[in-house]
Design a protein around this ligand. Structure first.
Ligand code: ADP
Ligand code: MG
Length: 703
């Protein structure tokens, strides 16, 4: 076969040596690999050092990376019945024993390996039941003739591929066949030369070869860096160009006035000086509103950083310019609290406010509809009910959305009628993520950050405690209640089963009542009717009950400054950001507050490490960064709604923050005309954008 033909990325994979019709079908359906180009871009998911054999006595900790050991099988035992059946083998390196376990293909395996033959086991051992275990390792007969291998790629396989006999080894053979058929240096470059030079990146040809068959750790490092940069650079270019185009398209209201209401509020009503961060953010918002394009801004600020005030003052700008404003919250309780806060601030200014939620009665709804139409209601606070079709503003100028992640792009668009000038939109979130990341994830939003808490907050003391410390924890709780404080006890919400979730909260409620007789206790969980929930919350908020036992329904809600204790049960089940949110419910008053994370004693090292991050810092940015590194941004709230397909293959938005910034910076300079490209460079960019996002850029419009 001609080399030239093989170099064609579009060539069907089935023509590659070693593939054929059947394997081609499998690769297509399982891994979306259709062409030779796809295969070249399907990189190993990890690399292992096969230059040395480990001894079992050298293994350490409880989890090892992928390694290889050399030795013989001692015996095989079948255990269990039916689909629970498994095969275990004892394996020895001549010095110590370890265990190998299989859960599938048991009969085949039992027949395949024999005592007396020297094998190489290759996998990820873990220490369990007092011995080192390998589960489904790769195994090959030891070949003393074969030179020791260096770094080797391990390819991600699906179960189906595995069942059909695919192995990492096969992938290695296929990619080797392909790479060997392409003359060195002939894979066409996919980044413009200017950029390659500027960042001294490894050329694509060399990088691809090293991704599959690294010649050294350093070469793999350089190759990975290049592939990550390329991927993120094109992503940023796509996002930036996309949002610039949107900015040009969407016209917005022009608010020229910082009027009497805003000024009066600032000088006479607001009960405390704004923090520097609040002032800065308000300035950014005002700038936006002057430009004539629609504002789409994300406001990130830690729990308790004073976002509500910023929201209110933003809404005032609308009213000062003859428009109305809306504030939308994710829950009824939160909407109610916002409405109360806003009414208190609005009243001295003579501004009309109203609250609209799912449980607003028909009569009140009619009054609201009238008030919105005749303009006597300037500010409307509510839940999802706000985006129901029946709600019509006379002239909506600003919409503020609290807790970004629950509202997507599509829902935001429903705030205005087709053809009308869209309101300025401010979305607020208390789950901060690093700035560059935020700009990437929420591609269509500009980002403001409140990075400062109002002065005088006492830091919250956070402890990690286990079930057998319960008495001590309850004693502490009792002391606080004696001092007149209040406490939350929170149970995790188990998504699959609201029933179990309710049950654990109910049991907790009974236990607390029996331990603290005579102390008022409220119970709130997701299965209650809203009215009952509100009633219970209200009793707690007013101080009638001292302890609130709840499932995570309180997560984004309530402001009870007198509460000084937050006990979180089964803390290990929560994500860090969620714990941080919950912790933010206390520490709102002047008293020293406590957050106690309760957990079973037998949690793993990893979990302990994760939870101890909470005891070490109260900085929401650090926490969410740690959380993202642990969970990956895929799980991060909001990514699904960003409206942009990420589909990252080599990079990771959470872990590669620095490359994200650099890629973004390069893309920005390019779009600003600060990096000049040759026509050839431009052709490369457009071809890549086309390939990745099925679009290109009209460069004549740029700079
Ligand atoms: P979040 O950002 O979590 O929504 P809030 O807006 O609820 O925070 O503010 C938390 C508390 O801090 C409120 O009681 C609010 O009145 C108060 N607060 C807001 N800004 C300031 C400030 N500049 N100085 C003092 N207290 C403030
Ligand atoms: Mg808030």
């Amino acid at each position: 076969m001609s080399y030239l033909l093989l170099m064609n990325y579009e060539l069907s994979i089935k023509y590659l040596k070693g593939v054929g019709e059947a394997r081609a079908k499998l690769l297509a359906s399982e891994l979306d690999i259709h062409t030779c180009g796809d295969l070249l871009q399907y990189f190993p998911s990890k690399y292992v050092d096969r230059s040395r054999f480990y001894r079992i006595r050298d293994l350490y900790g409880t989890e090892m990376p992928h390694i290889q050991i050399k030795g013989q099988f001692v015996n095989f035992t079948k255990e269990g019945e039916g689909h629970k059946q498994r095969l275990t083998a004892t394996f020895t390196d001549g010095e110590r024993l370890c265990q190998v376990t299989w859960f599938a293909k048991i009969q085949t395996i039992a027949n395949m390996y024999r005592p007396g033959v020297v094998y190489v086991l290759f996998g990820k051992p873990s220490f369990k039941y007092n011995t080192w275990q390998f589960v489904h390792p790769e195994i090959e007969v030891f070949d003393p003739e074969r030179p020791p291998q260096g770094l080797r790629g391990v390819y991600g396989l699906t179960d189906t591929l595995r069942k059909r006999g695919f192995t990492t080894r096969i992938f290695q053979t296929l990619t080797s066949n392909l790479l060997d058929s392409i003359p060195i240096g002939s894979l066409p470059e996919t980044l413009p030369a200017e950029l390659m030079r500027e960042r001294s990146l490894m050329p694509l040809d060399e990088a691809i070869r090293n991704m599959h068959r690294p010649v050294s750790t350093q070469a793999l490092q350089k190759a990975t860096e290049r592939m990550k940069f390329e991927e993120l650079f094109y992503l940023e270019l796509h996002i930036l160009e996309f949002s610039r185009r949107r900015n040009l398209q969407l016209q917005g209201h022009v608010f020229t006035k910082v009027g009497p209401l805003f000024n009066k509020f600032y000088s006479e009503v607001v009960p405390f000086p704004l923090t520097g961060a609040q002032k800065r953010v308000l300035k950014e918002i005002r700038e936006d509103m002057r430009t004539g394009r629609q504002m789409n801004r994300l406001l990130q600020g830690d729990v308790g950083s004073g976002k509500t005030l910023v929201a209110f003052m933003t809404m005032l700008l609308a009213v000062d310019n003859g428009k109305q404003a809306a504030l939308m919250a994710p829950t009824e309780i939160l909407a109610t609290q916002h409405a109360e806060a806003l009414a208190k601030w609005a009243e001295p200014l003579g501004i009309g406010t109203a609250l609209l939620t799912g449980s607003t009665r028909a009569k009140e709804r009619r009054r609201i509809a009238e008030g919105l139409a005749d303009g006597t209601i300037h500010m409307l606070v509510g839940t999802h009910a706000l985006i129901e079709d029946a709600v019509e503003f006379r002239d909506l100028g600003v919409a503020v959305i609290d807790e970004q992640h629950r509202f997507g792009v599509a829902q935001r668009a429903r705030l205005w009628k087709k053809g009308a000038v869209p309101p300025h939109v401010l979305v607020m979130t208390a789950t901060p993520i690093p700035r560059t990341l935020a700009m990437t994830v929420y591609g269509d939003l500009d980002v403001s950050v409140i990075d400062e808490l109002p002065p005088g907050r006492k830091p919250i003391q956070t402890w990690l405690r286990y079930d057998d410390n319960r008495n001590e924890v309850y004693r502490h709780l009792w002391n606080e209640i004696q001092k007149g404080r209040q406490a939350y006890i929170v149970y995790p919400l188990i998504q699959e089963s609201e029933k179990i979730d309710m049950k654990s909260a109910e049991e907790g409620y009974e236990r607390i009542r029996s331990i603290f007789p005579g102390v008022g206790v409220s119970l709130v969980h997701g299965r209650m009717k809203p009215a009952e929930k509100d009633y219970q919350m209200q009793k707690f908020a007013s101080g009638e009950t001292k302890i609130l036992v709840a499932t995570t329904v309180i997560e984004v809600g309530v402001n009870v400054p007198n509460a000084s204790v937050m006990i979180i049960e089964n803390a290990e089940r929560f994500g860090l950001s969620q714990l941080h949110q919950l912790r933010g419910r206390v520490g709102r008053g002047a008293e020293l507050s406590f957050c106690i994370l309760m957990s079973k004693h037998q949690i793993g090292q990893e979990t302990k490490k994760r939870l101890s991050i909470m005891t070490e810092t109260t900085d929401g940015f650090l926490i969410s960064e740690a959380d993202m590194k642990l969970r990956g941004p895929g799980d991060m709230e909001g990514t699904q709604q960003s409206g942009i397909a990420f589909n990252l293959k080599v990079s990771n938005l959470a872990r590669d923050g620095q490359i994200v910034s650099q890629a973004r910076d390069a893309a920005m300079r390019l779009l600003d005309g600060k990096m000049l490209l040759t026509p050839q460079g431009i052709a490369i960019l457009n071809a890549e954008l086309q390939r990745r996002f099925a679009r290109s850029i009209d460069w004549s419009r740029i700079s």
